[in-house]
Write a protein that binds this ligand. Structure first.
Ligand SMILES: *Cc1c(COP(=O)(O)O)cnc(C)c1O
Length: 229
């Protein structure tokens, strides 16, 4: 096995073990490979091991990789901060956008999604642990945003995305509670199936709390070198 294959196998085993501990089926947690700062050759190598879903944070970097890897059937996820003036490329090129936290962003993505394409999958980002950040809506805003966003035509609102501060595992349980509360009230619960939470350092706690998609970079590709990005 080459190195990336070994790392992916280890991460998949860790997911499986976390699922067992939580008495969950292993196929209820998807692995999103977070490839920011890594060159397209690394993504290609990871693809060969069977990985299909890749997450990127920076638009231009992602667009360059999409071009270099256009022969592969990658499912592209945007997991970075969504800037209002960058929604067009997100709407056109990605399968998923995880960082939606305002109605105006969702409206732009819906308007800019080609009606011929399948709907753009969306996760609503929530600032679940009251961090001092502009990213993520407040938990109290979620119900209304879900109501509004689920009426937009070219989007499919799939669930919530959170990035809690390290050493704050309770936040995963709070996110799960919010996720379930929306599911119980929402008019179209069949689309509401994704709780995007857990990274290399905290995937066990996230899976124990109910994550359905872990976003893993370092444990799959090794440490990031931002000086080359
Ligand atoms: C970079 C990043 C990750 C991956 O983090 P690792 O600790 O390297 O696994 C996950 N989610 C988001 C939103 C990120 O920006």
């Amino acid at each position: 096995m080459n190195n990336l294959q070994l790392m992916r196998t280890q991460v998949l085993q860790q997911i499986q073990q976390a699922c067992q501990l939580a008495q969950r089926e292993p196929n209820t947690v998807q692995l999103l490979a977070v490839s920011k700062t890594h060159p397209s050759e690394a993504l290609r190598e990871m693809y060969v091991t069977g990985q299909r879903a890749f997450g990127e944070n920076y638009l231009q970097e992602a667009l360059d990789k999409m071009q270099a890897l256009s022969d592969l059937e990658i499912e592209w996820h945007f997991i970075g901060h969504v800037q209002r003036n960058k929604t067009k490329h997100l709407a056109e090129k990605f399968a998923w956008v995880h960082g939606v936290d305002r109605l105006i962003i969702a409206e732009r993505l819906s308007n800019q999604r080609d009606a011929q394409q399948v709907s753009l999958n969306i996760c609503l980002q929530v600032n679940i642990d009251a961090q001092d950040t502009k990213d993520g809506c407040q938990p109290s805003e979620v119900a209304e945003l879900v109501r509004q966003i689920s009426q937009l035509p070219h989007l499919k609102l799939r669930g919530l995305m959170v990035i809690p501060a390290p050493d704050h595992p309770q936040a995963f349980q709070d996110a799960k509670q919010l996720f379930d509360a929306v599911k119980a009230q929402h008019a179209q619960p069949e689309d509401w199936d994704t709780l995007s939470m857990g990274m290399s350092g905290d995937l066990n706690a996230a899976i124990a709390a109910g994550s359905t998609m872990v976003r893993i970079g370092t444990a799959l590709f090794g440490a990031r070198d931002y000086s080359k990005a």
